[in-house]
Design a protein around this ligand. Structure first.
Ligand SMILES: Cc1ncc(COP(=O)(O)O)c(C=O)c1O
Length: 374
């Protein structure tokens, strides 16, 4: 039977999101969600807003833009709001990259090549160094040739996904400075878990766009709110694309909830610090059990074991009710990406992965709540 799909649709290789299983209850450490609920203020704001749902939302999301501008010390015309940061990233392709070539690391967020396919944009993957280190000079025009010497875009997730590696603002600035003709987009989905945001550089550089999300550090993956910060000419580019696609990408409930999540600073600080602390403890315990753990400033760890195959560990964990993420891709097929859950979830995780790695209960390093003694 004819399928009626366009050549474009047939040619796409869509992104595969992490599993959201329905067969039983798992400890979900596979999609980098926050294990803690959002601020209580979010629910109240949403309830209050429901009365006005008969009305279209503000297409410019003015109140939310103002709230984010205040938070980051910028002006409202330096803020763009999207339906999750995936949408903001997608809009960046037709706004800045199409017609040229976009560069990004060979190991990074796997949605980038999918967007490139959808928006018919050429891209080149720049190999990371050993242990997934990003070398700034790999992005300098003098070290590149042909189409990629002056790319239309450079796309860097910082911290990177799925590795968790963070590059310092000083190194990032070298890339921004070396490429004045290029939009350097820094995807900071995970920056609140220990990195320093490039938002502080927005007023210094005309070519810097910082993209963030409320999905991770604000526990709002289900609300779908992401945003970009940049000088107003870049925000204008994203707005032109949005208004040629859908005027109302952010609904009233999302806008109301997002504003209150931003305002609850105390809760934000409390939960992000809890996750950072748990991450450090889990990393130390995994290392003590012989795992190779890539240094992470995200809400996940990227780990491998010298004796146990990652796929076997993945399946073993799954059988025991724990979901982590495994990527069957060259260079990373011996690694697992483990989202940081609550302390008690991670205690269970350490127990199970320890057994799978061949440790008896007694041999395992102290459980998660105690100080690490070995
Ligand atoms: C690096 C990176 N950027 C962006 C996103 C998208 O987040 P959202 O669309 O929920 O804002 C993710 C989600 O996992 C991510 O890992």
């Amino acid at each position: 039977m004819r399928n009626y799909l366009s050549e474009l649709a047939l040619g796409l290789e869509p992104y595969t999101p992490g599993e959201q299983p329905k067969d039983k209850k798992y400890i979900k450490l596979n999609t980098n969600e926050n294990p803690y609920p959002p601020s209580k203020l979010v629910g109240k704001a949403i309830e209050f807003e429901t009365e006005d749902l008969r009305l279209y939302p503000d297409p410019e999301a003015t109140a939310l833009r103002e709230s984010l501008a205040k938070y980051y010390g910028l002006k409202a015309d330096q803020v763009f709001i999207g339906n999750g940061s995936d949408e903001v990233l997608a809009f960046a392709f037709p706004a800045f990259f199409s017609g040229g070539t976009v560069l990004f690391p060979d190991i990074t967020y796997s949605f980038y090549p999918v967007f490139a396919g959808l928006f018919a944009t050429a891209y080149q993957e720049v190999p990371l160094k050993k242990n997934f280190v990003l070398e700034a000079s790999d992005y300098f025009p003098e070290n590149r040739s042909g189409e990629t010497k002056y790319p239309s875009g450079i796309l860097i997730a910082n911290p990177n996904a799925p590795t968790g590696r963070y590059m310092s603002l000083g190194e990032l600035e070298k890339i921004i400075l070396a490429n004045p003709e290029t939009v350097v987009l820094v995807d900071e989905a995970y920056v609140d878990f220990g990195g320093e945001s490039a938002a502080s550089l927005i007023n210094t550089y005309d070519n810097l766009l910082v993209v963030m999300t409320l999905s991770k550090s604000r526990s709002l993956a289900g609300l779908r709110v992401g945003f970009a910060l940049g000088k107003s000419h870049l925000i204008e580019g994203l707005t032109r694309i949005k208004n040629s696609f859908n005027s109302y990408t952010i609904d009233r409930l999302a806008m109301a909830g997002a504003i209150f999540a931003i305002e609850d600073e105390a809760y934000f600080q409390e939960t992000r610090h809890k996750i950072i602390k748990t991450r450090e403890t889990v990393a130390a315990k995994l290392e003590a059990m012989g795992f190779h753990v890539i240094p992470s400033k995200a809400n996940f760890l990227f780990v491998s074991h010298h004796k146990k195959a990652a796929l076997d560990l993945f399946n073993g964990l799954r059988d025991r009710g724990i979901l982590v993420r495994y990527f069957n891709k060259p260079l990373i097929d011996e690694f697992l990406r483990i989202t940081i859950g609550t302390e008690s979830e991670m205690e269970t995780f350490i127990g199970v992965i320890g057994e799978l790695a061949g440790f008896t209960n007694d041999e395992q390093p102290d459980r998660i709540n105690g100080e690490l003694t070995d």
